[in-house]
Design a protein around this ligand. Structure first.
Ligand SMILES: Cc1cc2nc3c(=O)[nH]c(=O)nc-3n(C[C@H](O)[C@H](O)[C@H](O)COP(=O)(O)OP(=O)(O)OC[C@H]3O[C@@H](n4cnc5c(N)ncnc54)[C@H](O)[C@@H]3O)c2cc1C
Length: 472
């Protein structure tokens, strides 16, 4: 039987980063991934000549003085072909026929907003302080929507300040903590980058280094149970009958899935299990991938965010099946200046697809396919308000819904960002990597923060916990 120091269940960004960090410290690591391809939300997939990304469009905070640089450098990711987005306008926000540009750099950004909204100078000064704020406990316990409304009275400005977050987090008035909002916004304003290749490059680079350091990443290995003996986990059992043992286990699967793997524990209390299995999850996403004719559309080095109804909070597509707001992202062209791949994203609730829950990948009912076509058509209608005749440029299109994410990554209800963090429930904003079973830890977006920046910080949090318990 393969004997590792640490087994990591799941090869999402968080799982691979923990594996590499531990391998760099000399530990023998083994990653077990259920899918045929590693990477979780980071993977890209091929359709004909197209490489389509799933959970990566841009990243914030990669320049040398920014938060993500040190970790990405340590993980060998800084030598990938990162390209900075347009420094004068990396987010182009369209609201009711008017457009607003976000420049990079917090001070530049605030000055630009003061030009658009000169009557909100005081509020914008307070907003600048917030973007630099490091009082994390206060931000965890504060409602983002209420706080923004307490410092700014112009409703359009609030939409402009928050619109790009609509596909980066769950913009939910009732629950979103200021902590989640600021961590998902400030690094992007500091500096924003696209990768001039697909998200798999990140995955491949991490896997390559894990292997160079003597570790292994195995795909097609769905862990179905964790065996407990003497109060610790001793073995991971996989669906194909294989089993693997280690001294430590780290789960990158959703915490509810992690708890379900430990069937008869003498150590994990039911109250912990219930908490992990009942905490609400963030909404999912609908993504429309478009392949465009060569030479049809000039590359734009920014995202376009379109809010036809002047609202970007609580706008996820619900049971009314109405698309209210979208983000459009272009992939950097391989040659020349024309775009061949554009993604349109809109948040989507599980309710939209819940009646198809029993269907499986590649065997979806006709009605579900029709629903996706209908949502795609609405996304295109809205997109054409800022890219006229976009439809006529499309060669082919593909789409994914929360059902797709549920089936690939096993996230409950196809949630895009894992657990919903709620300012009114301090237990939800930061969850410890510990599970009550001393040698079973967790990592990934549900614990603390999501996105590449958040998951990387969370991986460091998990590694720190492992190191505190000195593995030998
Ligand atoms: C549509 C969309 C767009 C996004 N765009 C961006 C963006 O532009 N920028 C950004 O910073 N972030 C973006 N994000 C967020 C980012 O992709 C995620 O926060 C991050 O990739 C999550 O990583 P993770 O490690 O938590 O887990 P995941 O990616 O969910 O990985 C978990 C892994 O565990 C595996 N697994 C689960 N159960 C088992 C089991 N029993 N046995 C073995 N393996 C198992 C799964 O198959 C999966 O591979 C986006 C997300 C979505 C959904």
């Amino acid at each position: 039987m393969y004997q590792a120091d640490i087994i990591i269940i799941g090869s999402g960004l968080g799982g691979l980063e923990v594996a590499l960090a531990m391998a760099q410290e000399g530990k023998k690591v083994l990653v077990l991934e259920r899918q045929v391809q590693p990477g979780g939300c980071m993977q890209s997939y091929r359709r004909g000549a197209m490489h389509l990304d799933t959970g990566l469009h841009y990243v914030g905070g990669l320049s040398e003085s920014s938060a993500l640089y040190e970790s990405f450098n340590k993980y060998g990711l800084m030598s990938l072909p990162w390209k900075q987005m347009d420094t004068e306008c990396f987010e182009e926000i369209h609201i009711a026929g008017k457009s607003y540009c976000w420049p990079q750099g917090i001070d530049n950004f605030i000055n630009a907003m003061k030009t658009y909204f000169p009557h909100e100078t005081d509020g914008l000064d307070k907003y600048a302080k917030l973007l630099y704020c490091t009082d994390e406990l206060w931000m965890q316990q504060t409602n983002a929507w209420d706080y923004l409304n307490s410092i700014i009275s112009d409703k359009t400005l609030i939409q402009v300040l928050t619109a790009p977050a609509l596909c980066k987090m769950e913009l939910r008035k009732e629950s979103l903590p200021l902590f989640t909002f600021v961590h998902g916004t400030a690094p992007f304003i500091e500096n924003s980058w696209r990768l001039a290749t697909d998200g798999n490059a990140i995955v491949e680079r991490l896997v390559e280094q894990i292997r160079e350091l003597g570790g292994e990443v195995l795909t097609g290995k769905e862990v179905v149970s964790l065996e407990e003996e003497g109060g610790i986990v001793t073995k991971a059992h996989c669906l194909d009958g294989s089993e693997y043992s280690a001294k430590w286990f780290v789960s990158n699967a959703h915490p509810a899935v992690t708890c379900s793997l430990v069937k008869d524990s003498k150590v994990m209390k039911n109250i912990f299990r219930r908490r992990m299995q009942s905490q609400p999850n963030t909404h999912g996403m609908f993504t429309l991938h478009l392949q465009l004719h060569n030479n049809a559309l000039e590359y734009f080095n920014h995202n376009k965010i379109v809010l036809p109804e002047e609202e970007c909070w609580d706008v996820a597509v619900g049971s009314d099946l109405k698309v209210k707001a979208i983000m459009i992202s272009a992939r950097i062209p391989e040659d020349g200046s024309k775009v061949t791949n554009v993604d349109i994203l809109t948040p989507m609730l599980w309710d939209c697809v819940s009646e198809y829950t029993d269907s499986t990948l590649f065997h979806r009912p006709e009605l579900y396919m029709k629903l996706k076509e209908e949502i795609a058509a609405q996304c295109l209608d809205i997109a054409e308000s800022v890219i006229p005749d976009l439809r006529s440029m499309v060669v082919k299109s593909w789409s994914s819904s929360p059902l797709t994410y549920r089936d690939y990554n096993l996230t409950p209800e196809g949630s895009a960002f894992g657990f919903r963090k709620d300012f009114s429930n301090p237990m939800s904003t930061i969850i410890s990597p510990k599970t009550q079973i001393p040698n079973l830890l967790m990592t990934g977006q549900s614990l603390m923060l999501h996105g590449l920046h958040g998951v990387t910080m969370t991986a460091a949090y998990t590694c720190n916990e492992i190191n505190k318990n000195t593995i030998n």
